[in-house]
Write a protein that binds this ligand. Sequence first.
Ligand SMILES: *[C@@H]1O[C@H](CO)[C@@H](O)[C@H](O)[C@H]1NC(C)=O
Ligand SMILES: *[C@@H]1O[C@H](CO)[C@@H](O)[C@H](O)[C@H]1NC(C)=O
Ligand SMILES: *[C@@H]1O[C@H](CO)[C@@H](O)[C@H](O)[C@H]1NC(C)=O
Ligand SMILES: *[C@@H]1O[C@H](CO)[C@@H](O)[C@H](O)[C@H]1NC(C)=O
Ligand SMILES: *[C@@H]1O[C@H](CO)[C@@H](O)[C@H](O)[C@H]1NC(C)=O
Ligand SMILES: *[C@@H]1O[C@H](CO)[C@@H](O)[C@H](O)[C@H]1NC(C)=O
Ligand SMILES: *[C@@H]1O[C@H](CO)[C@@H](O)[C@H](O)[C@H]1NC(C)=O
Ligand SMILES: *[C@@H]1O[C@H](CO)[C@@H](O)[C@H](O)[C@H]1NC(C)=O
Ligand SMILES: *[C@@H]1O[C@H](CO)[C@@H](O)[C@H](O)[C@H]1NC(C)=O
Ligand SMILES: *[C@@H]1O[C@H](CO)[C@@H](O)[C@H](O)[C@H]1NC(C)=O
Ligand SMILES: *[C@@H]1O[C@H](CO)[C@@H](O)[C@H](O)[C@H]1NC(C)=O
Ligand SMILES: *[C@@H]1O[C@H](CO)[C@@H](O)[C@H](O)[C@H]1NC(C)=O
Length: 612
Amino acid sequence: MKLVLKTALILIFHAVFCASQSSPSITCSYYAWQSANTTTYECALTISNPNGFDNFTRINGDHQPGFSDQNVTEIPFANGLTINIPQIICRQFANLKIIILDRIGITFVDNNSFRGCGHVERLNLNNNEISSVSVGAFWRNEKLKSLDLSENSIQILPENIFDNLSDLEVLNLSFNDFETIPNKTFKELDSLLDLRLAGVGMSRINPAWFENLGDLRYLYLYSNEISELSEDSFEDLDDLTLLNLSINPINGNFPPKIFEKLSKLTYLQLDQTGITNLNPKWFEKLDNLEQLFLKSNNISNLPDKIFDDLKSLRTLDISNNSLTVPRIASSTFDNLKTLQYLDLSYNSLTNLNPQWFINLQNLTTLLLTSNRISELPFGVFRPITRLMQLFLGNNNLKSINRNDFGNLSSLAHVYVQGNQIISADKRFFDDARALSFLNFLNNLCASENFIFFYLNRESNMQRLSRCLENSRFFVDTQTNFTINYTFFDAFHPGLHAQILSSRAAHITLSNAHTPRIEIIIGAQNNTRTIIQNSQGSIYADVSTPNILDLSQWRTFRVTWVNDVVLVFREDEKFPFIAQTIDRPFMIDYYGLKSPLSHTSWRVRPINIQRHN
Ligand SMILES: *[C@@H]1O[C@H](CO)[C@@H](O)[C@H](O)[C@H]1NC(C)=O
Ligand SMILES: *[C@@H]1O[C@H](CO)[C@@H](O)[C@H](O)[C@H]1NC(C)=O
Ligand SMILES: *[C@@H]1O[C@H](CO)[C@@H](O)[C@H](O)[C@H]1NC(C)=O
Ligand SMILES: *[C@@H]1O[C@H](CO)[C@@H](O)[C@H](O)[C@H]1NC(C)=O
Ligand SMILES: *[C@@H]1O[C@H](CO)[C@@H](O)[C@H](O)[C@H]1NC(C)=O
Ligand SMILES: *[C@@H]1O[C@H](CO)[C@@H](O)[C@H](O)[C@H]1NC(C)=O
Ligand SMILES: *[C@@H]1O[C@H](CO)[C@@H](O)[C@H](O)[C@H]1NC(C)=O
Ligand SMILES: *[C@@H]1O[C@H](CO)[C@@H](O)[C@H](O)[C@H]1NC(C)=O
Ligand SMILES: *[C@@H]1O[C@H](CO)[C@@H](O)[C@H](O)[C@H]1NC(C)=O
Ligand SMILES: *[C@@H]1O[C@H](CO)[C@@H](O)[C@H](O)[C@H]1NC(C)=O
Ligand SMILES: *[C@@H]1O[C@H](CO)[C@@H](O)[C@H](O)[C@H]1NC(C)=O
Ligand SMILES: *[C@@H]1O[C@H](CO)[C@@H](O)[C@H](O)[C@H]1NC(C)=O
C-alpha cells in the first residue's frame, strides 16, 4: 500500500515537473465581484514558464457569462513560476488597473513586460528574483500610482527608469542590492508621497535625490549602512511626516540641525542608530512630532529639558538602552503633557523617581518591563490618573501596595509576571474595578495569569489569598501626632522601615500589644536616637543630628537576632545603635507612633520568604 502511494506520488511529481518543462502555459480563473455600485472582474493567474518564453498567443481560461478580456481589471495574485513577464498579459488585458505578480520567480523586467498596460495604477512585483529592469520598463504606464519592487535583487537602477510616472504616489524599492542610485532617479516623481528605501545597502544619503520630492510624506531608510549624515540631508522634505532611520551605523552622529526643516514630522524612528547622548537641538523644531522611537541605542542619561520642545508627543519609546535612575533628571518628562505611551523597558532602573511622572496626566500606558526595580516609591503612580496599562514584568518587586496608586478606575492591564512578589494589598484589587488582564505568573506568593479579572473577582482573590494574607507584613501608614502605638505583626529577623518625619519616630518591639523595648529615632528635636524600656529607662543613646527629614524618605533596618536589637541606616553594614535585651521575649509585634510630628511609614519584613 505504502509502496503504491509512493510510486503514485513520484508519477504525479514527474507529470507536473515534465509538464512545466515541456509545455509552458498561462491560465486565468475569472471571478466577478459585485460591490455597492461597481463590478470588479479579475483574473487569478496560474503561470508555468520557467524558461521565460514570450511567444504566448493566448491566455487560457473560461470567461464568466457576459464578460470578456476587456472587462478584466485586476490580477489579484499569481501562482506558479516564470522568469519573465510575458507581454501577452498586457496585450490581452489592456484595461488592467491592478497587477500583483509577487513570489513567482521573475528575474527580469524588460521594455515589453507592461507595454500594453496603459491604465495600470498599482503594480506589485515584490518578492521575486528580479536582477535587471530595463530603463523603459514602465514608460508606458503613466497612470501608475503605486509600484512595489521590494525584496528583489536589483543592482542597477537606470537614472530614467521612473520617467513619465508623474502620478506615482508610492514607490517601494526596499530590500534590493543597488550599487548606486543616480542623482536624478526620482526627478519626475512630482506626486510621490511614500518612498521606501530600506535595506538597500546605502551608505550615504544624497540630498539630490529629494530635490523634486516636495510632497513626500513618508521616507523609509531603515536597515541600511548609513554611517554619516550631512546637515542638508532632508532639507527639501518640508512636508515629511514620517522618517524611519532605524538600524543604521550612524553612531549617534546626527548633525544638530538635521531635522530642522521637518516641522511637519509626526513620526521619527531612530532605533539602533548608536545614540549614546541625545542632543536637544535635534528636537528643537519638531513641534508636531507625535511618536519618537529611540529603542536599542546606548542612551545612559536623559538630561533636564531634553524633550521640552516636543509639544505634541504622544509616544516615547526609550526601551532597551542603558538608563539608570540617577541619570534621568527629575524634570525630564515635565513638559510632555500630551504623552500617552512611555516605554522604559529593558533598561537598568533599580528604582523609580516619583518626580518623573508628576505631569503625565494623560499617560495611559507605562512600560517598565525587564528592569531591576525592587521597590516602588510611595505614591509613585498617583499623578498618572488615566493609567490603563502598566507593565512591570521581570523586575524584583516584592509587593503590590494600594498607596502607590491614585485613582485606579482606569487601570485594566497589569503585568507583574516574573517578580518576587510575596504580598499584595487587598485594597488594590477592591479599588481596581476595571482590572481585566493581570499577569501574575512566576511570583512567590502566587503564579497565575488572569483574563477578565473583574468577571470572577471572588474566586480570583481566592487564588491570590496567600499574597493578600501576607500583606499584613507590608505596612504603609501615618502616625500624625499619635500618643498611643499602633501594632502590627512582626516577622523574624527584623524589619525595613522607611520614615518621612521631622522628629521622634517611635518603634516598639513586643510580645503583645503593649510596648516593651522602644527605639526613638530623631529624639530630642531630631538630634539623638535612643533605645529605652517601656518605663523610660534609657539603655542606649547616641547623637544622630538630622537623622530624619520631613521632605525625604529615610531608610532604616531594625533586627532582633539572638536577643540583640540592632538599628542600621540605609544599607550600612554596621548598626549605629545596638542593645542586648536583658530579659528576652518572643518579638511577635511591633508598634509605631510619633507623638510630636507628622510621620509616614513604609515597613517591610527583612528577608522575605515564602510563608503560609
Ligand atoms: C461608488 O460608490 C463610492 C462610495 O460608495 C463612490 O465614492 C463612488 O463615486 C461611486 N461611483 C459611482 C460610479 O457611482
Ligand atoms: C515558443 O517557443 C518555444 C521555443 O522556441 C517553442 O518550443 C514553443 O512551442 C513556442 N510556443 C508557441 C506557443 O509558439
Ligand atoms: C465588459 O466590457 C464591455 C466593453 O467595455 C462593456 O460593454 C460591458 O458592459 C462589460 N461587461 C460587463 C459585464 O461589465
Ligand atoms: C528599452 O528602451 C530604451 C528606450 O527606448 C532603450 O534605450 C533600451 O535599450 C531598451 N532596452 C532593451 C533591453 O531593449
Ligand atoms: C516617456 O519618457 C521617455 C523618456 O523620458 C520619453 O522618451 C517618452 O516619450 C515618454 N512617453 C512615453 C509614452 O513613453
Ligand atoms: C512596500 O511599500 C508599500 C507602500 O506603503 C507597502 O504597502 C507594501 O506593503 C510594501 N511592500 C512590502 C513587501 O513590504
Ligand atoms: C550628484 O549630486 C551630488 C550631490 O548634490 C553632487 O556632488 C554630484 O556631483 C552629482 N553627480 C552627478 C553625476 O551629477
Ligand atoms: C521602522 O523601522 C524599524 C526597524 O526595522 C521597524 O521595526 C519599524 O516598524 C519601522 N517603522 C515603520 C513605521 O515602518
Ligand atoms: C489629554 O487627553 C484628553 C482626552 O483624550 C484630551 O482632551 C486633552 O487635550 C489631553 N491633554 C493634553 C495636554 O494633551
Ligand atoms: C498625616 O499627615 C500628612 C502630612 O501632613 C498628611 O498628608 C496625611 O493625610 C496625614 N494622615 C493622617 C492619617 O492623618
Ligand atoms: C491611649 O491609650 C490610653 C490607655 O490605653 C487610652 O486611655 C487613651 O484613650 C488612648 N488615647 C488615644 C488618643 O487613643
Ligand atoms: C528644633 O530644631 C529646629 C531645626 O533645627 C529648630 O529650628 C528649632 O528651634 C528646634 N526646637 C527646639 C525646641 O529646640
